[in-house]
Design a protein around this ligand. Sequence first.
Ligand code: UDX
Length: 459
Amino acid sequence: MKIVVAGTGYVGCVHAAVCSEYGHEVYAYDNDTNKIKAFSSGKTEAIEKYVNEPGLVNIVRETLGKSLFFSSDLQSIMEGVDVVFMCLPTPPNLNGSTNLTFYDAAAEDIAQSLAKRKDKRRTVLVNKSTVPIGTVRHLEKIMQTHKVANFGVASNPEFLAEGTAVLQARRPDRVVVGCDNEEDFKILRRVYSQFVNHVRIKYIETTPETAEAIKYVANTMLLTYISFWNGVGAKIGEKIPNVKIDDLRMGVTADERISTWGSFVSNGAGGSCFGKDIASLIYQLRKVNVSTKMLEASYEVNEFQKVYLIDRAITEANFQFNNKTVAVLGLAFKKHTNDMRDASSIKVIESLLGKGVTRINAYDPLANEAAKVQFDPSKNILFEKIHYCESAKEAIKGTQALFISSDCEEFRGFSRTVEDTVKPPYLVMDGRRMIPDFEEMAAKGYSYLAVGSMMIQPH
Ligand code: UDX
């Protein structure tokens, strides 16, 4: 199959690379020529500057120039194309609705190129990145307006989690394909021939609108599950004496109907999808007069979680942030990524700066550079107070408190590093429950405050 992937963000790049592994001829298109240059170079550093996803560079290196090509000239790659995957950014507007500016611009360009091609074979345009339910019809209209001949529209949402996207794209749980007719289903079956009739992978064929809805319901369900643990499980552990949250989690998730994933209480779930998708679904459902109370509660609990440990530090540990130096460890929204989008650390750092800290020592094994862009001092002078460190130990030095804001493995069992670097009185705020031996720390004079537990004062 000849495939064009429009948009070389994290979704488009991974999808293009994995499709090229399966023997298709894949053209990844982006109007950002710098990006195209970087990907076409095949160089690790150049590629990872844009998409840092384990395993991606290896595939690009293997298939580049053979079955994978990068281009910013749409017209030259549209001749004879079977499938165009739309992998454009769809950021949120302030009211929660989805901003389709990038999507529309790309769809217009694609329509113009398709209308001009000589080969009029059937082309299916597929929405891959998350778009509001019904966007396929909008895409169909754009193609009709440009008098594109012989095309179909479809939805084939991606469910990839960052950090494991390549592995998941190679062996997904399910492939969801929404088309209007058998002709288009057949074309998509050829794209995904390795997954059709697979013993383990569910290959689901449905209407385009259902496929689009599956993505929203899946993501909002996942966030709601995390919010349930944060809003109910964690609170029981924090307010009722002698309840151990980790045992509570194990006891509850021993039931095979209840997932372990999502039961790890935290200072909120971040990332580019959850917040944006739940806000968008709320917007879409309000438009058709459906009550969105449940989704609003999930969203609110998640936002509350991001910073409430700082308020707990004031009320429960009597800690005053004014004029203090605080370390923030874990800047990306989770481990194994440099992605700062919607990361809880953003709210944590803004809250600390608002409370008058003199200095923040920030550290993340992968995201320091991305954080410098996020906390650009030219946008907010207070960001000048952030100093980036090469290690967690360096970040902790000279501070009076630390905040763990992501689940990087190196923070696990971190007590030794803390004890070797700073002397009590010292406050540890653990947004990810990374320190199992907190009782021992408390015995040595450190104060420990974690999501899911009561404040542990020094013994
Ligand atoms: C998510 C979905 O998993 C994926 O299917 C969808 O396509 C895109 O959104 P991703 O954003 O990469 O993927 O992150 P994920 O691994 O799901 O984690 C999201 C956030 O939830 C992270 O901040 C993570 O640390 C947090 N989380 C996860 C918890 O707080 N507790 C948990 O138990 C699990």
